[in-house]
Design a protein around this ligand. Structure first.
Ligand SMILES: C[S@@+](CC[C@H](N)C(=O)[O-])C[C@H]1O[C@@H](n2cnc3c(N)ncnc32)[C@H](O)[C@@H]1O
Length: 282
C-alpha cells in the first residue's frame, strides 16, 4: 500500500474506535514505524510501504485503537523540551508538571550558589532531569519506590547527558539521608483517591502504573508521609513543592501547619496545581 493510503486507512480505524486526534496519532505512529519526520510523510505520499513496514504499522494502529497510549508504543514523550524514554513502568510525563519546574526556577532566581534538590517519585526522571538541565550547578537527587521506573530514569539521564542526577530506591524518603541540608524537596506524587477511581480516564487506569497514580482511599497516603520527611530533609528556609490534583489544595494545605510562605500555584487552566511551602527559619 502507498503511504497516503496507509495513513488514510489508519485515520479511519482510529476514528471508528473513538481515539482522539486520529490524524496526529496515525502520523506519529507512521513516523515511528518508518523512522522519519512529518515532512517526509508529506513529501512522499506515493512511497510504497514494504510488507514488514505495513505489518508493523498495522500492529501499532491496532494497539492504539485499543486505547494503548501512543507514547508507550513509540517509547517517547517530550517534557520540558527534552525527549524522554517511557514504558509502562512509568507515568507518561504531563505538560502540567512543567509548572513544578517553573516554580523551582522562580524560587532559585538569580542565586548562583549550588542548590540541593531531591525529587520524590521521579518516575521517568522528568522533574529531576529537567531541573538538572536548567540548573547546571545544582546537586540533584531523585528517588522512587519502583526499581523499574528507576531504570527508565537512569536511561533518560544518560541519554540526555544529565547523569549527574543521583538516583536511589526509597519509599518516599525512608532510605534517604534526611539531614536538613536540602534547599528543595519537589514531588509529583501519586495523588488520585481510590474512592475517585471511577472519575479517572480509562487509558490511565488500564495502562499507566497504579502505584504512580493512586495513593490510598483519599489520595493522600504518599503526601502525608512526604510532608514530615521533607521537613527533616530541608534546611531552614528550604522549599517543599508538591503537584496536586484538582480538588486537593485544601486537604494538602491542611497538612502543612507550621510551615511558612504557603501558596498554591495554578496551572494554565486555572486549576490549583503546585502547593509551595517553606520550612520556617528560627
Ligand atoms: C505521578 S508519578 C510521577 C512521575 C514523574 N515524577 C512525573 O512527574 O512524570 C508518581 C511516582 O511516584 C512513585 N511512587 C509511588 N509511591 C511511592 C513511594 N511510596 N515512594 C516513592 N515513590 C513512589 C511511582 O512509582 C511514580 O513513579
Amino acid at each position: 500500500m502507498f503511504l497516503r493510503g496507509a495513513l488514510q486507512a489508519a485515520v479511519e480505524r482510529l476514528t471508528e474506535n473513538a481515539v482522539g486526534s486520529p490524524r496526529m496519532n496515525a502520523e506519529t505512529l507512521l513516523m515511528f514505524v518508518l523512522g522519519c519526520d512529518r515532512a517526509y510523510l508529506y513529501a512522499h505520499p506515493e512511497r510504497e510501504l514494504t510488507g514488514n513496514e505495513q505489518a508493523r504499522y498495522d500492529e501499532a494502529i491496532a494497539r492504539r485503537a485499543s486505547g494503548y497510549p501512543a507514547q508507550y508504543i513509540t517509547g517517547h514523550q517530550e517534557f520540558w523540551g527534552l525527549d524522554f524514554l517511557v514504558n509502562p513502568a512509568v507515568l507518561i510525563p504531563r505538560p502540567e508538571t512543567e509548572h513544578v519546574i517553573e516554580t523551582v526556577l522562580e524560587l532559585v532566581g538569580e542565586r548562583t550558589s549550588k542548590v540541593k534538590i531531591v525529587d520524590v517519585g521521579t518516575g521517568s526522571g522528568a522533574i529531576a532531569i529537567a531541573l538538572a538541565k536548567e540548573l547546571p550547578l545544582a546537586e540533584i537527587y531523585a528517588v522512587d519506590l519502583s526499581a523499574e521506573a528507576l531504570e527508565v530514569a537512569r536511561a533518560n539521564a544518560a541519554r540526555l547527558e544529565l547523569d549527574r542526577v543521583r538516583f536511589a530506591k526509597s519509599d518516599v524518603l525512608d532510605d534517604f539521608p534526611r539531614d536538613g541540608s536540602f534547599d528543595f524537596v519537589v514531588s509529583n506524587p501519586p495523588y488520585v483517591a481510590l474512592n475517585e477511581e471511577d472519575k479517572v480516564q480509562d487509558v490511565v487506569k488500564k495502562f499507566e502504573p497504579r502505584m504512580a497514580v493512586f495513593a490510598g482511599e483519599h489520595g493522600l497516603d504518599v503526601i502525608r508521609k512526604l510532608i514530615p520527611q521533607a521537613h527533616e530533609t530541608l534546611r531552614e528556609g528550604g522549599w517543599l513543592l508538591i503537584e496536586i490534583g484538582y480538588s486537593m489544595a485544601e486537604a494538602v494545605c491542611g497538612l502543612l501547619t507550621g510551615w511558612d510562605g504557603m501558596r498554591v500555584a495554578p496551572d494554565l487552566a486555572g486549576i490549583p496545581r503546585v502547593v509551595v511551602a517553606r520550612k520556617p527559619q528560627k
